[in-house]
Design a protein around this ligand. Structure first.
Ligand SMILES: [Zn+2]
Length: 326
């Protein structure tokens, strides 16, 4: 098994790309967020991702090799297993073993360790090589415990309604929006969904996820209701139709003090679908690899933090290869 990193992550044997940006002959798509999707000739993905690729990007199922979680599949001497990544509906990690040599690799894609209300919790297999995302790979990214984040969200909704205003909860229409809805359901707070959110929620339900039916925002928002919408609504004329709107963005970047101004919203709440810094470090301990490659985000900084914990970790971009531990 050989991994090259020049134009993306490519395994030359088996001939497989990992979330490539450009169309390739054969690629693993970890999940259906736009930055991971391209029109490859053949696509390896989970059943839920297959459904979302079809609905969201009109990609034909004929191109897909659909593999259930936890069910190993053999290609020649390779054994591939997809594992839930806990990021969004259908998100998968890929574990590959070369049965001739015993070499093993785990590619995380986008993931998070902590359980969520709308997607399956991540599960793990040990591997000799770990390729892990590092979106929040700086020590400042420590998310509060989940109950604290949920309380922040519910307090924002209740206080906004008590003030006679309409809470507008902002998150990506695929993933974050369904998590917001599941939290509101759990706390019996009523809400409507912007049409783009409702479409994705219904696609997730059709793919088998246990989510409430999405009630869609048509004209009015009844008093006492919140609205779940994608962040783009702030720049849309629809936003002006909402009586006394107050917006809150759900994002891990809320841990930056300036984020509220950057997003141009009234509040930010640190609800994330990525692993925070402590969980990134914990991932390395769980997988116990001999080598780690960090991809996306603070790759160089996370690799340095992992080396300080005696892992053989390097940035995918190769800009730290001249550093050696003493
Ligand atoms: Zn993603």
């Amino acid at each position: 098994m050989h991994l090259s990193t020049g134009k993306g992550l490519h395994l030359s044997d088996p001939d497989l790309w990992l979330d490539p940006r450009r169309p390739q002959a054969f690629a693993f798509i970890s999940h259906a967020h736009a930055d991971h999707v391209a029109r490859h000739e053949a696509i390896l993905c989970s059943p839920v991702t297959a459904h979302l690729l079809q609905v969201r990007y009109r990609i034909s199922r004929d191109r897909m090799i659909i593999q259930e979680f936890h069910e190993p599949r053999r290609w020649e001497n390779f054994c591939c297993t997809l594992l839930p990544a806990g990021h969004i509906a259908g998100s998968a990690m890929l574990h590959i073993v070369d049965e001739n040599t015993g070499a093993s690799l785990l590619y995380t894609g986008d993931y998070k360790l902590r359980p969520s209300r709308s997607v399956e919790t991540a599960t793990w297999m040990k591997a000799q090589t770990l390729i892990m995302e590092s979106t929040f790979g700086l020590p400042l990214y420590v998310l509060p415990p989940a109950p604290v984040i949920e309380a922040q969200l519910c307090d924002f909704v209740r206080e906004t309604i008590a003030d006679g205003s309409t809470p507008v909860l902002l998150g990506y229409s695929l993933g974050k929006a369904q998590e917001i809805a599941a939290i509101l359901d759990a706390h019996q707070l009523p809400y409507l969904n912007a049409p783009s959110v409702a479409k994705m929620t219904e696609a997730c339900r059709a793919a088998g996820l246990a989510l409430s039916a999405a009630e869609t925002w048509q004209t009015d928002i009844p008093p006492g209701y919140a609205l779940i919408a994608a962040p783009q609504i702030l720049r849309h004329s629809d936003y002006a139709r909402i009586p006394r709107a107050r917006s809150a963005m759900m994002t891990g970047w809320a841990l930056h003090s300036s984020s509220r101004y950057r997003y141009g919203c009234d509040a930010v709440i640190p609800l994330s679908d990525h692993a925070d810094y402590p969980d990134l470090l914990r991932t390395a301990e769980i997988v116990d690899p001999q080598k780690i490659l960090t991809v996306h985000g603070s790759t160089r900084e996370l690799a340095a933090s992992l080396r300080a914990k005696n892992f053989n970790a390097w940035s995918h971009y190769g800009d730290d290869q001249l550093e050696f531990p003493l």
